[in-house]
Design a protein around this ligand. Structure first.
Ligand code: AMP
Ligand code: MG
Length: 399
């Protein structure tokens, strides 16, 4: 078994030969990772533009006190009239500044008498004139490749007239739970030894939440021929196959054997991590297989640790899971000489994160309910020891 840090390093350094991209209509690109730099091909605004409703003037003419209204300049009009000495042009928010004018005096600062304005309150030179390139300048890198597209990016790209955008394809993740004891949602129980499967559903939710496209393949029995066929079919249809169960050392744990027998390159098998030490990551050409352990808490945590980063890696994206520092409100007892990911309650008080374990059960990795509430994962390495109240710890957030 390898050190947890090594497993993460190996995953980080996996070489991807070809990233899949696609063109999407701008608004449908929300949540996708940009596969090209977005560079401004023009200035915004391209010309000096009025930022208020008022009168375009030559600043030094303000000393005259009274100016003649020489025209009207609504937004969207291509006015050719020039502002000459002693004159002004009525100009609105978003109108181009008429030639000759350098200042916009707002409506509120003047009084109109006939075809003249009387200046009641002066403004400095350049007042309310949006300069060329105020918003962005031609040639400026506005959104770098690798950015996950959110609503501000959609707005900025729309202003650049980018109707279609090249993004990384979200990887398809085929999900398969193995175990002869498993019942799918709604399936009738026929003996006491059966349990309801939660893994394949929680994984579908994780894949959806962290930008993959789930392909739900349900539960299959601990039968080697079936497992082989299902994993092969799943590989054909997806970029990543994620399985749960059958990677441990039991007589019916066939998944690991099948992965070897299919001729996959094993990236790693076995990590000194709790939960999830039997985790297996393998590769077949440009496809990946992640064999997660069966226990519900184990498969959930290891999906966050290994599946989510792989989904992100296939899109050249950055991690959505954030590690922060927090202070312990209760002692933490280190139970294993492994990297441990312990469900805890997280709270924020005056800018500082705090951790406690109220209501969290100590027991096996079957306790999925430990993931309910304002939950995070307290992270300790195999070199760490128990910690006291007030000590600083690392916490993985995923809320
Ligand atoms: P395994 O890794 O196959 O030995 O499974 C370990 C434990 O996890 C067993 O107690 C299983 O019943 C349980 N388990 C396996 N698959 C699932 C699943 N899909 N949902 C919930 N529990 C599971
Ligand atoms: Mg099993």
């Amino acid at each position: 078994m390898i050190h947890f840090d090594e497993s993460i390093e190996i995953l980080k350094n996996i070489n991807i030969d070809r990233y899949k991209t696609e063109e999407r209509y701008l608004v449908d690109a929300l949540g996708y990772v940009l596969a090209e730099d977005v560079v401004a091909d023009h200035n915004s605004p391209e010309f000096p533009t009025s930022a208020m409703d008022g009168y375009a003037i030559i600043h030094e003419d303000m000393t005259l006190g009274t100016l003649k209204i020489g025209g009207i300049n609504p937004a969207g009009s291509a006015l050719s009239t020039e502002v000459l000495g002693g004159m002004c042009i009525k100009t609105f928010t978003g109108s181009l500044m008429p030639h000759g004018a350098d200042t916009l005096i707002p409506i509120e600062n003047v009084e109109v008498q006939g075809d003249e304005i009387i200046i009641k309150e002066e403004v400095p030179q350049g007042f309310s004139v949006r300069e060329v390139g105020e918003n962005y300048a031609k040639g400026q890198l506005l959104i770098p490749k690798g950015t996950k597209i959110d609503f501000p990016h959609i707005g900025v790209m729309a202003s650049l007239n980018i109707a279609n955008v090249t993004v990384y394809k979200k990887p398809t993740v085929a999900i398969l739970s193995t175990g002869s004891e498993l019942l799918e949602l709604g399936e009738e129980q026929t003996n006491d030894a059966q349990i309801r499967s939660s893994n394949n559903y929680i994984l579908e939710a994780i894949v959806n939440k962290y930008d993959g496209v789930p392909l739900q393949l349900g539960c299959i029995k601990d039968d080697k021929i079936t497992i082989t066929k299902e994993i092969c079919d799943a590989l054909d249809k997806s970029d990543i196959v994620v399985t749960t169960g059958g990677v441990s050392v039991g007589d019916f744990d066939f998944v690991k054997d099948v992965i070897y027998e299919l001729g996959c390159d094993v990236v790693f098998k076995g990590v000194r991590v709790k939960p999830g030490q039997h985790i297996m990551v393998a590769r077949k050409d440009d496809k990946f297989i992640i064999g997660l352990p069966g226990f519900a808490y184990s498969s959930t945590v290891t999906a966050l640790l290994y599946l989510v980063p792989l989904i992100e890696k296939l899109q050249q994206g950055t991690s959505s899971l954030r590690k922060v520092k927090a202070k312990l409100k209760e002692p933490f007892i280190k139970r294993a000489k492994k990297a441990e990911f312990t469900a805890c309650n997280i709270s924020l008080d005056q800018g500082e994160y705090y951790v406690d374990f109220k209501g969290k059960k100590v027991g096996t990795s079957a306790i999925l309910t430990n993931m309910l509430g304002d939950v995070a994962l307290l992270v300790t390495s195999e070199e760490d020891t128990s910690k006291d109240v007030g000590e600083e710890v690392s916490v993985l957030l995923f809320g």
